[in-house]
Design a protein around this ligand. Structure first.
Ligand SMILES: [Zn+2]
Length: 162
């Protein structure tokens, strides 16, 4: 996906996440939108830095890069939400476009892809971005809901793991 698609995805996803975490629809929600949007958009722009430095869809389109952004806040207490942007960039590239990602790079340069998606220049690209973003928000809503969390806790407890 191109930068426009990644920014639209990150902005719409941020609004969705803000409403999921702060559903009042008032100034608190608006503040949450900004709180999500800035780091998530920044994170969504990070992987394509490899168009200038390294090999595109390899150097910064892999799980070690995502792991770095997940771990960074744990050690430096900073950039807590940027990993969401990096992750959603990967989802959009995997589901929304024809070319795959070298998720295991630098260990393996094989590009993984899913048999869906449109060409970056397709007139349906924005529609695909919005559909994928809607699915991401739905997944986030399920993950944020108490019922699945309670089922997981009950399941782990029943299995003697919690
Ligand atoms: Zn990309």
């Amino acid at each position: 996906m191109n930068k426009k698609g990644h920014v639209i995805n990150a902005l719409v996803l941020s609004v969705g996440l803000a409403y999921l975490t702060h559903p009042t629809g008032d100034a608190t929600t608006a503040r949450a939108v900004v709180g999500f949007a800035v780091p998530v958009v920044l994170g969504a722009l990070v992987p394509d830095v490899d168009t200038a430095f390294g090999s595109h869809r390899k150097t910064f389109h892999n799980l070690p890069t995502l792991g770095l952004f997940v771990a960074y806040p744990l050690y430096f207490d900073n950039l807590e939400l940027v990993w969401i942007g990096v992750a959603t960039h990967y989802v959009l590239d995997l589901l929304g476009t024809k070319r795959g990602l070298a998720l295991l790079y630098p260990l393996d340069s094989t590009e993984f892809d899913l048999p869906v998606g449109v060409r970056v220049e397709s007139r349906y690209a924005t529609l695909v971005v919005l559909l994928i973003t809607g699915v991401e928000i739905a997944v986030a809503a399920v993950l944020a809901a108490d019922t699945p969390r309670q089922l997981l806790t009950d399941g782990l407890r029943a299995a003697g793991l919690f």
